[in-house]
Design a protein around this ligand. Structure first.
Ligand code: PLP
Length: 384
């Protein structure tokens, strides 16, 4: 079906095509200097000492926990209102995910109060997620982490160049993980970036990204090294220069694309202000924009009465408007219920919000007319 207004639309142009072509013509398409350029620029823009480009944010999350030596017997506190990859990272290293509820129906990020109540002597990390590009309450979370001596890892998949109290997210804890999947704020098709200020973590992650090998094929190609040793059990989680070139071109345009997201967020909020039956989360956050500078990744609305969101979504779909749900709670997936014993009722705010939430179309090239059409169609879907 051809959507009148899709959920997401890719924003790539001549700059991206030229960048990819140049790498193709250079004949070196796997990990090399362009990947290094993306790492350098992304890290610098976020105020991080080290950037390590990887094949996905999922890989970054896995390597973050691995580099922190988290493993069997350890607990990782994380939100359930997130993409499953956040929590899966704990499972990859054999740790136990312990889910904390979100703060409120207005603030969909992890609750510091609930983090405190879920801490045990086995808690090794707090893995937070900046939902939709809205920063978690990082000062309070870092206080808890310090008190209980655990690491903070940021899943910043939604939040490149997002600021919390004047600093970029992704460097507010021990490690920050970003996604360059196709529908994220910037893309390399598939890809991710790990940021850290800790040289030991950066070094370990670089090794683990490429089989635990002490030299890279690029160095051997360049004649900088002729042999290698394997010093750790690593993976193939590499980025490549083809993708990195797309990433550099996207990163050049990220401030512009992010600014459009911000304008569209405000426009949606304005148009929805008078619409009864829906609320837009993060109302207070946007007003506090001096403290939080966000460039939202998605546009969620919460239905405020008991209307079935699936039937509302179906009506929107029938009118050509594509929507989504961010997110079905991770703790209620079969894998998590059966392996860890989670049950409905465990996270009341997460479950209540998740069963009333709809993500509306949201991407930089959305027009004002698109927003009006979506809001009018939503109004009809809610009331007819
Ligand atoms: C997209 C996403 C991921 C996974 O990113 P990939 O690059 O696709 O692995 C992880 N966490 C969140 C919150 C995401 O939205």
């Amino acid at each position: 079906m051809a959507w009148k207004v899709p959920l997401f639309d890719l924003d790539v142009g001549d700059q991206e095509i030229a960048a990819v072509r140049q790498v193709l013509e250079s004949k070196w398409i796997s990990m090399g200097e362009v990947t290094q350029e993306l790492e350098r620029r992304f890290a610098q823009a976020h105020g991080a000492r080290f950037g390590v480009a990887v094949s996905s944010c999922t890989a970054a999350l896995h390597l973050a926990l691995k580099a922190l030596d988290i493993g069997p017997g350890d607990e990782v506190i994380c939100p359930s209102l997130t993409f499953v990859a956040t929590a899966n990272a704990a499972l990859y290293v054999g740790a136990t995910p312990v889910f904390a509820d979100i703060a409120s129906p207005d603030d969909l990020t992890i609750s510091t109060t609930d983090i405190r109540s879920k801490i045990t002597e086995r808690t090794r990390a707090i893995l937070v997620m900046h939902y939709g590009g809205f920063p978690c309450d990082m000062d309070a979370i870092n206080d808890v982490a310090q008190q209980y001596n655990c690491a903070v890892v940021e899943d910043a998949a939604h939040a490149p160049l997002t600021e919390y109290k004047g600093r970029k997210v992704g460097v507010l804890g021990e490690v920050g993980c970003f996604s360059f999947f196709s529908n994220k704020n910037m893309t390399t098709a598939e890809g991710g970036m790990l940021l850290t200020n800790n040289p030991a973590i950066a070094e370990r992650v670089r090794l683990l990204r490429s089989h635990g090998m002490t030299t890279l094929s690029y160095d051997r190609f360049k004649g900088h090294a002729s042999s290698y040793d394997v010093v750790d059990l690593g993976y193939n989680y590499r980025m490549d220069d083809l993708r990195a070139s797309l990433g550099v071109a996207q990163f050049d345009r990220l401030p512009t694309m992010n600014a459009k997201r911000r304008v569209l967020w405000e426009l949606y909020r304005e148009r929805l202000a008078g619409v009864e039956g829906v609320t837009v989360p993060f109302g207070a956050a946007v007003e506090q924009s001096g403290k939080w500078l966000t460039h939202p990744y998605i546009f969620p609305v919460v239905l405020t009465y008991s209307q079935d969101p699936e039937s509302v979504r179906q009506r929107l779909a029938n009118s050509g408007i594509q929507t989504s749900v961010h997110y079905p709670p991770v703790h209620l997936f079969q894998l998590y219920q059966s392996r860890f014993g989670y049950r409905p009722g465990d996270l009341p705010i997460t479950e209540s919000v998740a069963s009333h939430i709809i993500s509306l179309p949201f991407y930089p090239s959305l027009t004002g007319e698109d927003v009006d059409l979506v809001v009018q169609t939503l109004q009809r879907a809610l009331y007819d």
